[in-house]
Ligand binder design. Sequence first.
Ligand code: ZN
Length: 497
Amino acid sequence: MSTTALPSYEDATARYEPVIGLETHVELGTNTKMFCGCPTEFGAEPNTQVCPVCLALPGALPVANRQGIEATIRIGLALNCDIASWCRMARKNYFYPDMPKNFQTSQYDEPLCTDGYVDVEIDGETVRIGIERVHLEEDTGKTLHVGGATGRIHGATESLVDYNRAGIPLVEIVTKPVPGIGAKAPEVARAYVTELRDIIRSLGVSDVRMEQGSLRCDVNTSLNKPGEEWGTRTETKNVNSLRSVERAVRSEIIRQAGILDDGGKIVQETRHFQEDTGDTRPGRSKETATDYRYFPEPDLVPIAPDPAWVAELKAALPERPSAKRARLREEWGISELDMQSVANAGAVELIEETIAAGASPAGARKWWMGELARRANETGVELAEVGATPAQVAQLQALVDDGKLNDKLARTVLEGVVAGEGDPAQVMAARGLEVVSDTGALQTAVDEAIAANPDIAAKIRDGKVAAAGALVGAVMKTTRGQADAKTVRDLILARLS
Ligand SMILES: [Zn+2]
């Protein structure tokens, strides 16, 4: 290895052209596994969701899960693919301790869906990502290395296998190589995975949670000099968040540019993304298709979806997320940038439901993108699991609109809602947080504030209306924040005009 310093990202992309490709695995949310009737619930005791088929006991025969095939076709249709009228599953042969069959039931030269595309927007420009194939396969079990410090096989004293995941349907989505995007390659990769996640979520076939592994992404990267052939690509695995997708492409571009600058050669290999440092480390050298000795699975009948059924599935696809965002942006009257933040925060549906429950778009967005987003960030949970429902947020906003809560009190009420104290009205009653709207009580507080601050009162009498703020503050203090600031201000000005 050379010891010369790595080039900067700007320098690397000025001299080399990256080509990226993405392979994404989506775990389907079917009730049962792909080829047997075992349940698929996440987090069960190890090896409690297994049977002779997924443990590959002698003589056990698989039966395909219709729900899994339907979900794969719907994903293919949503990604603008052609759906095969006839195709077969294939055996991908390899020994892995978490695969008791010693092969994975997958698809090889006859994928269920081919030749589609996804459009993503980068800085107002549309980039079309070609989809090479969408195919159906099964997941492996999970190996756990224990007794070591790192959880890796090195240093472990024993390895345990959990077969609960073995046989859960997986859909693999492979893009065509994406050239010609230059320095935007990391952003394009991230935008693609984000769009893919949103499309699949809209279909309701998977919860597509990267942190739980139901959406897993491998990123291929290569570099070439302008006008030259594409370079050798590496495949980066372990990319567990949208942010990591972007970082992995970026760091791989810099690493490869450094090697090429020194006259070195890129080795075709699998690399692992390091969440802590943001760079990639080498894994195994990459197998080629011939290593797997694929052959058609003899235990399963071919899949031949009825064209009428496929047409039905296509007609019933939900609104495309990008089209939905454009429509909502219009309805809510917000900028593209604001809509992007809403989407990135996972708040589109939450705001939509809050509006459906009666809140104004501005009111709904304010709570979800403000107080609740902040709280979700702090506690590290998804916005949807922050502890408040759209109905509760709509109720909170209604209390503000009716003048029963001011902004400050509403935030306190929301705290109570998130803490599980009940609906906003219940929290308000239990904590005695209603705005004081009794003008008699407020008038007394106003008169006291005027008497206690004669200098300020004199200024207001002289026409310096802006000075009223100090008196409003004094009244808010004596009423413990439970007064409506605008009413207080009106009372002060009426008294002193
Ligand atoms: Zn089973």
